[in-house]
Design a protein around this ligand. Structure first.
Ligand code: B16
Ligand code: MG
Length: 213
């Protein structure tokens, strides 16, 4: 087999919390009168909370904002986002994702999460995947966000697998760049696949079973 491990992004790959991120940022931006649309939102995929805020503030035209105010705006967004997460359940894990994960595991592959999100443990609990992965590397154990490879390099280290034996699965162009920067091959879905950012650009996550053979 080409790979020993698969490292999955979370938002936009395992579950579709990306829509909740969009709505929460939209609500924060509207409250500040900042123009924000889905095109700008695509630039936030895989990017950390504070770096996402800076991208949104590119369109802000009012008086300079203190660091404290910025942290308050990020908190405001996260509070709205967490309310949406509370509504999530095992129904938010699709059959195709669950069946693909189980098929890959049955092939003997190690499976990990590599997400920029600090909410990763909460989300995994909500969708019934707490304790499922062999390693979880997320926004709580990194200092540099995607496109820096840190989150994936740490996941590979936790698994004890060399980067060239890891396949990263991503929906964000920044995440695909992070995987490549870490010396890994990348299979893309969604926005990153449309932008042909991966070594494989998939229509369905089920394609991983053939890619990993
Ligand atoms: P949080 P991923 C990323 O998760 C999201 O794509 C990105 O939109 C978000 O800003 C980032 O997590 C941080 O999330 O505010 O929950 O810490 O795609 O890397 O799984
Ligand atoms: Mg993502």
């Amino acid at each position: 087999m080409k790979f020993q491990a698969i490292i999955f992004d979370l938002d936009g790959v395992i579950c579709f919390t990306d829509e909740y991120h969009y709505r929460a940022w939209k609500s924060m931006a509207d409250s500040m009168g900042i123009p924000f649309d889905r095109e700008i939102n695509n630039r936030l995929r895989g990017v950390s909370r504070m770096a996402s805020l800076e991208i949104i503030l590119e369109k802000y035209q009012g008086p300079a904002l203190s660091q404290e105010k910025k942290e308050q705006l990020a908190r405001q967004k996260n509070d709205i986002y967490r309310e949406s997460l509370k509504e999530m359940s095992t129904r938010d894990l699709s059959d195709e994702v669950r069946e693909t994960l189980d098929a890959l595991r049955a092939m003997g592959l190690k499976l990990a999460i590599g997400s920029s999100s600090k909410n990763t443990p909460f989300i995994l609990g909500q969708i019934g995947l707490k304790g499922y992965f062999d390693a979880v590397s997320d926004g709580n154990n990194i200092t540099r966000s995607k496109p820096d490879p840190e989150v994936f390099v740490k996941a590979a280290q936790m698994l004890g697998v060399a980067p060239e034996k890891c396949l990263v699965v991503e929906d964000a162009v920044s995440g695909a760049e992070a995987g490549h920067a870490g010396g890994m091959k990348v299979a893309c879905l969604g926005d990153a696949a449309l932008n042909k950012a991966g070594d494989w650009n998939m229509k369905s996550i089920r394609e991983l079973v053939d890619i990993a053979k």
